[in-house]
Design a protein around this ligand. Structure first.
Ligand SMILES: Cc1cc2nc3c(=O)[nH]c(=O)nc-3n(C[C@H](O)[C@H](O)[C@H](O)COP(=O)(O)O)c2cc1C
Length: 187
């Protein structure tokens, strides 16, 4: 268990942030992967992405191809949700956030430099993600001179944690509007 009912909200806040930080740093941590939900045109859209960093400002950073559908979704509706789950500790973290897309600016350049050349090629496909193709080979063609790298920055407005427990589940919400003070909620 990550949280108990005797923990103070401030302790829970620190614990949750600590685990999220670990997710960004440790490839084996379950918070390394998150589900990113956007408001799609006709349906809500969800997909798995990698948490690259949780900054000291509490921004969640993710890398993606700027031509991908998720970017288009966020340009239309910048409000997104992030979902994390830790199966061993049975903890779910739900985040509501505002997205900004960074291409070729200081943030994007800083992160681009951190990526190995091999990994950089993941952002150089000739065809945009989601393009219909006749066979899979066509999707692997790259043009290394043309990268389509972007950093997605998610600035949270609300972070909610749910701890499953035999003696009773625990749920707490933290909001930017109340300076991240925690409030218990009925689970
Ligand atoms: C384990 C895993 C990790 C992934 N990480 C990323 C990622 O960090 N960034 C990304 O753009 N797509 C990532 N993907 C692919 C996305 O889930 C998705 O298929 C792709 O980005 C296209 O999504 P879209 O069409 O909604 O934009 C990952 C997929 C899996 C299964």
């Amino acid at each position: 268990m990550l949280l108990t009912s005797s923990d103070a909200p401030s302790e829970i806040w620190q614990t949750v942030l600590h685990e999220l930080h670990r997710g960004a740093l440790d490839p084996k941590h379950p918070f390394r992967y998150l589900t990113l939900a956007t408001a799609g045109t006709h349906f809500p859209q969800v997909r798995t992405v990698v948490l690259r960093e949780l900054t000291s400002n509490l921004d969640f950073l993710v890398y993606t191809d700027v031509r991908s559908a998720k970017v288009q979704d966020m340009l239309e509706v910048p409000r997104v949700s992030l979902l994390f789950y830790h199966p061993k500790k049975q903890v779910q973290v739900r985040v509501k956030a505002l997205a900004t897309i960074h291409v070729d600016d200081d943030l994007a350049q800083l992160h681009w430099k951190k990526i190995s050349e091999k990994r950089q090629s993941e952002y150089t496909s000739k065809l945009a993600p989601g393009t219909r193709i006749e066979n899979p080979d066509l999707g692997w063609e790259t043009d290394i001179k043309n990268a389509h790298f972007s950093v997605l920055k998610f600035s949270p407005l609300s972070i909610e944690v749910l701890q499953l427990a035999k003696d009773g589940h625990l749920r707490m919400q933290f909001e930017l509007a109340s300076r991240w003070q925690g409030n218990w909620m009925a689970p």
